[in-house]
Design a protein around this ligand. Structure first.
Ligand SMILES: Nc1nc2c(ncn2[C@@H]2O[C@H](COP(=O)(O)OP(=O)(O)OP(=O)(O)O)[C@@H](O)[C@H]2O)c(=O)[nH]1
Ligand SMILES: [Mg+2]
Length: 296
C-alpha cells in the first residue's frame, strides 16, 4: 500500500510589491517567479511546487491586487479572483515595513468572504526592529482573517520553514498533482521570457516596465552544448524602443548579457541569446495577443 500523502493549493494574495513572488521562490527553494522592485511584476498565475516525503504544497503566485486599467490588468485581476476561489488555503502577504493599510483590509475582507482558511505572512521583517515587528504583527492580527500570523523575511529566509510546515498542515490528504521533481507549471518558453523581462525591469523606470513584454519564439536545443534562444522584447512606443536599445545599443547589450547568464543557470547549458526590440503598439489592450501570451 502506498503511504498516505497530503497535497493541495495555497494561493498568495496581497498588494503589488509586498514580496509574494520572492516568498514563493523561498518556499520552493528555486526561482520560479521573477522579482522586481516595480509593482505589477507578476502577470500570470504561477504554480510553484514544494514537495516533501509525504506532502506536496502547490503555491499559486498571483499578480498583486490592484484596480484594473486595461485588458491586461483586467485579466490579471480576474485570474486572482478565480485562483482564490479555487484554493485549499489563502496566504495573505503584507509588507511589514510599510504596515497594514486599506489595500490589505480590502483583500482581507475578500478572503474572508471566500471561505478557505487564511494564513497571514508579515514579510520584510529584516527591515524592522523588535518593536516594529511587534507592531506589524499586531496590525496584521487585527485584520481578523484567521489566527495564524507568521513573521517572515522572504529575502533572508527567516521564518519561511515554519510557514511551510504550517501550510502543509492545512492540506487535504490526496495524491500529488505534480511529479516530485517539478517546481513550476510554466512552459519553458514563458520561463525563459520571464527571466529576460526581469532584466528589463531592473533597468527601466516609470511607464516603461509596464509597457514591456517578452516573447521567446525559438529555443533550439539541437546543439547539445549550446542552446540558441530567440527573444523579442515588445514595447508600445517608439520612445520606449529607443530607451531599450540605448545609445550605441548599450542597453539591449546589457540586458542580453545579464539575461543570458540567467538562462544558462535555468537551462544548465551555455546559451546563445538573440534579443531584439520590437514595436507592438497597444499589446496590453489586444485580447488576441494576450491569449497568445497565455495571460488569461
Ligand atoms: N527587504 C526585503 N525585501 C524584500 C523581501 N521580500 C521581497 N522583497 C523585495 O520587494 C520587492 C518586490 O518583491 P516581489 O517578490 O517582486 O513582490 P510581489 O508581491 O511578487 O510583487 P508583484 O508581482 O508586483 O505583485 C523586490 O525588490 C524584492 O527584492 C524581504 O523579505 N525583505
Ligand atoms: Mg510577483
Amino acid at each position: 500500500m502506498t503511504p498516505a500523502t497530503r497535497s493541495g493549493f495555497v494561493a498568495l494574495a496581497g498588494r503589488p510589491n509586498v514580496g509574494k513572488s520572492t516568498l514563493v521562490n523561498g518556499m520552493v527553494g528555486r526561482k520560479v517567479a521573477i522579482v522586481s522592485d516595480k509593482p505589477q511584476t507578476t502577470r500570470r498565475a504561477i504554480r510553484g511546487v514544494a514537495t516533501g516525503p509525504d506532502w506536496q504544497l502547490v503555491l499559486v503566485d498571483l499578480p498583486g491586487v490592484q484596480r484594473p486599467r486595461d485588458p491586461l490588468t483586467q485579466r490579471m485581476q480576474k485570474r486572482v479572483v478565480a485562483e482564490l476561489a479555487d484554493c485549499d488555503a489563502a496566504l495573505l502577504v503584507v509588507n511589514g515595513e510599510e504596515g497594514v493599510g486599506p489595500g490589505d483590509r480590502f483583500i482581507a475582507s475578500a478572503l474572508l468572504a471566500g471561505g478557505a482558511p487564511v494564513v497571514i505572512a508579515v514579510n520584510k521583517i529584516d527591515r524592522l526592529d523588535r518593536t516594529g515587528a511587534v507592531q506589524a504583527l499586531t496590525a496584521a492580527a487585527a485584520l481578523a482573517v484567521g489566527d495564524d500570523v507568521f513573521p517572515v523575511s522572504a529575502r533572508s529566509g527567516q521564518g519561511v520553514d515554519a510557514l511551510v510546515q504550517h501550510l502543509v498542515g492545512l492540506l487535504p490528504s490526496g495524491p500529488f498533482f505534480f511529479g516530485p521533481e517539478d517546481t513550476s507549471d510554466q512552459p519553458l518558453d514563458v520561463r525563459l521570457a520571464e527571466l529576460v523581462r526581469e532584466q528589463v525591469l531592473r533597468r527601466t523606470f516609470q511607464e516603461v516596465p509596464h509597457a514591456v513584454e517578452v516573447v521567446v519564439d525559438d529555443v533550439d536545443t539541437s546543439n547539445p552544448g549550446v542552446t540558441a534562444v530567440r527573444a523579442l522584447v515588445w514595447v508600445e512606443a517608439a520612445s520606449q524602443k529607443s530607451i531599450l536599445i540605448g545609445s550605441g545599443g548599450h542597453m539591449v547589450k546589457a540586458i542580453g548579457t545579464a539575461a543570458r547568464k540567467e538562462l544558462e543557470r535555468e537551462l544548465g547549458t551555455r546559451v546563445h541569446l538573440d534579443l531584439s526590440v520590437r514595436l507592438r503598439r497597444g499589446w496590453r489592450g489586444d485580447d488576441r495577443l494576450l491569449d497568445r501570451l497565455g495571460i488569461e
